[in-house]
Design a protein around this ligand. Sequence first.
Ligand code: SF4
Length: 226
Amino acid sequence: MSEPEKSFSAIYLLLRNRFGFLNWWPGDTTDEIFIGAILTQNTSWRNVEKSIANLKSAGMLSIKSIAAADVGKIQPLIRPSGYYLQKALRLKNICLYITKNYGSLSVFLSQVMPVLRLELLSLTGIGPETADSIILYAAGKPIFVIDAYTRRTVQRVFGEASERKYADLQGDITRGIPRSISLYRDFHAQFVELGKNYCRKKPLCESCPLNGICRYAERIRATIEK
Ligand code: SF4
């Protein structure tokens, strides 16, 4: 199997051919996308949706209203997304920081990407995946989001002993595909789709769109043929 066959653009094309254009990240407003990116840590999107719906019905789905609210009022609303005591405090502090220092989320997000990323990473409760999700989906700036699905799939396809580090994998992918917000969003969504439906903990290789280029699947086939 040659490297070009296993390039990131080849992986993208195979996924795109199977799943179509996905460009995933739900949210009607920038505030909703920003809040969702923080709430989705360590939980499924289905649970985040319940919290978002609660915040919406309480008229609190905005950075300004969360910054102004008591933590005790936020906690029950975001309970469905888990770790709600910690998440409510972190979310409130992040929103407070933005409103105090920038006045609005749009001003905060309008900073140049490296500055914005550094500042996001300096806030308690925001790691690289959350920071990059906010930059790509809420700020609309081109950075590739690496999540657990992406790391697992890449490790298996390339037959690597361990998962690549966040920054290494981010660099490898962005060097291998054109720099485009729409493409970054769609490719991230493709990895999520694959991870949920095929490249699970227990993978479903037989029907996977990457079967023909995947080292892990190749090893399984070789074991069966022995
Ligand atoms: S062929 Fe199997 S291991 Fe490889 S990406 Fe698909 S599901 Fe994952």
